[in-house]
Write a new protein. Structure first.
Length: 378
């Protein structure tokens, strides 16, 4: 990290030499694999047919208990406040376990492991954040700003804002997926994912504001859009079936010449893709099920600052197509029906096909057909 710059420097130079925000795009990817591995490994002894997919079959279980259930509740209520409270907690736990076709003990264990995995994920992410951005930087008076969002003359050319949006979508859905795998209900799991992700990046902005960077309202808006998209895609399956937001990353030439822990600011190596899945139409499209039509965005030569030659800063928006790796995995490695998956296979499918391939585009698997650009010459 660079020290505090002279306030009499040219503002353009100051914003380039002291990146202020938008550094989040890649840091949590490896951490999620560790978190999911913790859940699936510790829960490997659970019977293979104990899966959330069977929740619908057990959802009617309370209704089948008949009039005796009401009588039991009345007897419990008559036994006193403490007994009633305990009995109701036990009953809620039992009914939840029935919906997932597991024992109450397995339900408690799975939820505890999922919560622990989420804590490890966020703890690892914050450890990375500290050493990548704040370690060794001085504390400064708190500063705020509105930084131009997608302006061609901003410090990241909009790639920083896409990084915030993408990372909050990625992290909120990862948290939701881990909690659902631990047999939490979908609604509380998704709310927890959105709140934890948003609060994590809000605290990042607070720390930025006091460590020679600035609290960015534009970053805060991008964070909010990201977690909102995560909630929509979780609760509106048709949108999730047709659309994905992905990032394709290959280290830029300038980053390879001067690598660092802060690879999140290698904006010249990042491309963000909004993908439309032909696979959503089913078998009728044939081979095209493996093809996505995409809208891509990238910002080149903003960061890292080019060290050689005359390289103007450029924003690119393009239309093209890309490989749908998620569909390749679901019809290849994970071809068997989901209902036949063991817990370990369920975890593998959930990580590689449902999460990683949903949000990560493999380098060199997207092709632009029509491209537009804006150029900034400082």
């Amino acid at each position: 990290m660079l020290g505090i710059l002279d306030t009499h420097q040219d503002p353009r130079v100051q914003s380039r030499a002291t990146p202020r925000h938008g550094r989040r795009g890649l840091g949590a990817l490896a951490l999620l694999g560790v978190a999911l591995g913790t859940v699936s490994g510790a829960d490997a002894q659970a019977p293979s047919d104990l899966r959330p997919e069977r929740a619908a079959e057990a959802a009617q279980a309370p209704a089948s208990e008949g009039p005796g259930a009401s009588a039991d509740e009345g007897a419990a209520a008559a036994s006193g406040p403490d007994d009633t409270s305990e009995s109701r907690r036990d009953r809620r736990l039992r009914l939840s376990a029935e919906r997932f076709d597991v024992s109450p003990r397995q339900l408690r264990r799975g939820r505890a492991l999922a919560a622990t995995s989420v804590a490890l994920l966020y703890g690892g992410l914050w450890t990375y954040n500290y050493f990548a951005w704040w370690h060794g930087t001085p504390t400064t008076p708190f500063q705020t700003e509105w930084d131009g969002f997608f302006g061609v003359d901003t410090y990241g050319g909009g790639a920083d804002k896409m990084g915030h949006l993408y990372m909050n979508l990625l992290l909120s859905r990862a948290t939701t997926g881990i909690l659902r795998f631990g047999r939490f209900e979908t609604m509380p799991a998704s709310i927890a994912g959105a709140v934890l992700s948003w609060l994590s990046y809000f605290l990042v902005e607070m720390r930025d504001g006091a460590h020679q960077y600035e609290f960015s309202f534009g970053d805060l808006l991008a964070n909010s859009v990201g977690v909102s998209l995560g909630l929509v895609m979780t609760h509106v399956p048709v949108i999730d079936r047709f659309f994905s937001l992905r990032m394709m990353y290959w280290p830029s030439r300038d980053f390879r010449r001067n690598p660092s822990l802060n690879f999140n600011e290698d904006y010249s190596g990042q491309t963000f893709l909004l993908a439309f899945h032909m696979a959503a139409f089913g078998d009728r499209v044939g081979f095209f099920r493996y093809v996505d039509f995409v809208v891509g965005f990238n910002a080149r030569n903003y960061l890292p600052t080019p060290t050689t030659g005359d390289h103007p800063e450029r924003q690119h928006l393009y239309f093209g197509f890309a490989l749908n790796l998620q569909e390749v995995l679901n019809h290849g490695l994970f071809r068997r029906p989901r209902a036949e998956d063991s817990r370990a296979q369920e975890a593998a499918r959930g990580f590689f096909a449902d999460w990683a391939a949903e949000h990560i585009q493999v380098p060199f698997t997207a092709v632009p057909l029509i491209q537009m650009q804006r150029t900034h010459n400082p």
